[in-house]
Design a protein around this ligand. Sequence first.
Ligand code: ADP
Ligand code: ASP
Ligand code: MG
Length: 484
Amino acid sequence: MIVMKFGGTSVGTTDSIDSVAQIVAAAIEKKAECAPAAADGELEANTPGALVVVSAMSGVTNTLIDAAQSAAAGDETPYRDARSQLLVRHQVVAGQLIEDGVERAALGRLFDNRLREFERLCRSITVLGELTQRGLDVVSGVGERLSAPLLAAVLRARGVKAQFVDAGELIITDEQFGGANPLMEPTVTRCRDRLLPMLQSGVVPVVTGFVGATENGVPTTLGRGGSDYSAAVLGAALDTAEIQIWTDVDGVMTADPRIVAGARSMDELSYEEVAELAYYGAKVLHPKTVTPAVDRKIPLRVLNTFNPGHPGTRIVERTRELRNGVKAITAVRDLRLITISGRGMIGVPGIAARTFNAVARQPANVLMISQGSSEQSICFVVPESEGEAVIAALKDEFARELDRHMIEEIASQTDIVIVAVIGAGMKGTPGIAARVFSALGAQGINVIAIAQGSSEANISLVVLQAFADDAIRAIHDTFELGTE
Ligand code: ADP
Ligand code: ASP
Ligand code: MG
């Protein structure tokens, strides 16, 4: 059994949904040919069949969120427009790909009910005049609750036995709305109870990505781009043979192809490398996707819906090592660099601990830390959206030290990015940082700070946002990542 996840662009148009249906039908046929049937009640990795996880059609989640935010601000036009636009968009696909009138009518009613519900929710948001993260999770999950039943019906129209399943029945999470964490124990039980009988009778479950629910059934989401994570959670819960992430590029590439024209898709990457890449901004995989897969050593594969013959990228525990060890470059944007400096910090224990305790109380996420050996300054990077709160917390924490000039300044620099150079083989390869610096120096790009994680799979550099793309291209060129 395999898990196949299709992203927003893969289900964005009639043609792409048709391609998705072909890909799923072909995978089912292939699996059926080569796999023996599993014994009753167990799910062997080679049980025939597939579980499909699907994102909302491209752009839909953004439309839903914008509509809810406008509703909170008193503007009711966006949600009314969204309702009719989304109804048409889904119905057009159904009209083009599903011949059976009964099936089409049932689907039309489902779309209509879901969108009426969305409209009701937005109306209450307007009345209340505020939008909680909990309310937003209900609204933003509507897109997957439209696309998944649509894809299930399209598959049935192609002769694949498929059934829509809402992940709210399967993925049980905590109550961290907007970025909920799956609770594996109840999730495994639910998945096995609900999905195994379907899989064993040859039905393909078509599950909503991105969404889950608390133990009490309150809808949650796993965070933006979270359908990849949904696929990995479901794959781990069912101990699947492989988790396939079908997207719009030929796999994980040496850099974002929208920035580096010569970026190349890689055959293989390790879990560690892909986790670093995703964490440092490569949008192709949600950063949490790797965790459930690693725990059970389930291979992940990133494939292209628009070029299904391409082998894509296989993500496994260990890979063959390349010449210089550098494999890919990525960047996280919209960050702020915060620097605490002062001569009075030298030899005073506990400054770093107090700094990061104050940051954690916000709570803010620290993406990188760098401290000079002279101990005169500590600098670290947080998302821009958390910057002001962090500065205020630090000024409060160190009010006495600032007063006595033990700490001279708590400064911050906005509009910065972290460029991350990734590759497990960098470990023990001397001179990589030097090559990175000279590539940037040759372009006149100043490196504001640098850090290397102890895993040595990553060197991170802070540069001004204005230079981010040039920096990525310069490093990509220097290590000749575009050629095999
Ligand atoms: P999906 O809707 O299928 O989840 P996403 O838009 O979330 O797709 O992710 C795929 C996109 O990620 C690609 O179209 C590409 O522009 C971008 N991307 C950024 N960095 C990389 C990378 N290193 N490799 C591949 N794609 C990348
Ligand atoms: N539809 C959701 C989003 O746009 C989840 C996903 O696409 O993975 O964030
Ligand atoms: Mg995505």
